[in-house]
Ligand binder design. Sequence first.
Ligand code: XMP
Length: 510
Amino acid sequence: MLKTLILDFGSQYTQLIARKVRELGVYSEIVPFSASASRIKKEEPGALILSGGPQSVTARGAPLPDPNIFGLGLPVLGICYGLQLMGRMLRGRVAPSPKREYGFARLGVLDRGSLLRGVRAGSPVWMSHGDKLEEAPPGFQVTGGTENARLAVIEDRGRRFFGVQFHPEVIHTRDGMKILSNFLFRIAGLKADWSLGSFIERQVEDIRRRVGKERVVCGLSGGVDSLVTALLIHRAVGDRLTCVFVDNGLLRKDEFGRLMDRFRRKLRLKIVGVDASDRFLRALRGVASPERKRKIIGRVFIDIFEREARRLGRVRFLAQGTIYPDVIESRPVRGPSSTIKSHHNVGGLPRGLRFELVEPLRELFKDEVRSLGLRLGVDREFILQHPFPGPGLAVRTLGEVTRESLEILREADDIVLQEVRRAGLYRRLWQAFAVLLPVRSVGVMGDQRTYQRVVVVRLVRSTDGMTADWHPASPAFLARLSTRIVNEVAGVNRVVYDITTKPPGTIEWE
Ligand code: XMP
């Protein structure tokens, strides 16, 4: 299986390029733009793609790859910034454009002999660039152009170097997949031999070989990634895998029991359930700061997990549900000076324990993890569940977390989810939940004056959680929610609807 390496120059679309290449059946990985030619050679890729990037190649300090990558004999496709890099490094001419081009353009095709085979004349392409290639490097011919970018496609078929000014990876470029597929299959001669089926086979074999007769422990969070990790390992080593699922008392209504049942009975995992809600609540007593809550929950989780793992006797391996975006986002992209965002799965590794890590999903994107889960027998409803924060209801009970406030929140949250499902909204929303405020408000119920808690309903739409819009729910739907929550949840006399987008708000309240 030959892979394609994508050199990342910081484009928002880099991961999308990698996913599109995989969709075409070619395994792809993203490497920092600064990867040396010798490192790239060691990986033995079948092709290179240079991603777009936010900078100008003409600026001082612009990120440049190792020039020797052009001497490896590999086919190279430069996209946007990647094309301009080729222009600059292979002795063409790039000029800053007075006007930034952003949006649709129509592609005029001059030669369909190679990269543009099958691409229709006037096909819409998606542009997003400032600089412009003014003169192609020696050896290149121009095979496509748009009104604003005369040199939108350049090719050096001898050396197999290609560049496109637009973004073939985005859906708006109608023939984009055709261009990528021409590059991968016709030009680079790769085979479509990557699939989740082959991934499962390969991983199962690898895990078996590595784990041998030893044992593995895996912490389940209730989320998709840790469960799919466990199932994959279970397929490889069966009951030499033990899962640990900790009830931190911060899960939704009936969730712990329901999940334990699903894990045990339907998925046949060997699993230790630990009711640690008292420990968590005790540790959280008197704490109102969101960040302190998060830290405490992480620490207590590690303590408990460590204790349970010790109890299992000699276990050599720890399985974690790290996925590819976690891996990419934890490493510096823009050189050593930038801050490194570190990723901590399930609250960080138990320090005192000398585990070896098994992370079979490290290569997969989220949508691939979901498909893998389906193949491994997880039901669609579980796979498509909304994200739920690790610290759970603790960050939705504003201020101090008490047993009583958790009870109120659980009931309100349950009603929100029931109604969202009933209205057929669940799939259309990114998240739907209730938040309990630490204030009381005056109300009147029957002839009684009440002085009770306030519940916020938050329904948001989003594609990645980075930005979000509040859902414009119908007045009838909101009325039903409000009536049910006030009538059915003791201790609540007021319901408000959150109409804040992200930014400037965040999805969670804490
Ligand atoms: P915010 O509130 O930052 O949330 O807009 C973005 C997404 O991240 C989830 N979230 C968390 N997930 N631990 C998690 O595992 C956390 O501490 C945490 N805080 C927020 C949130 O639910 C949303 O999907």
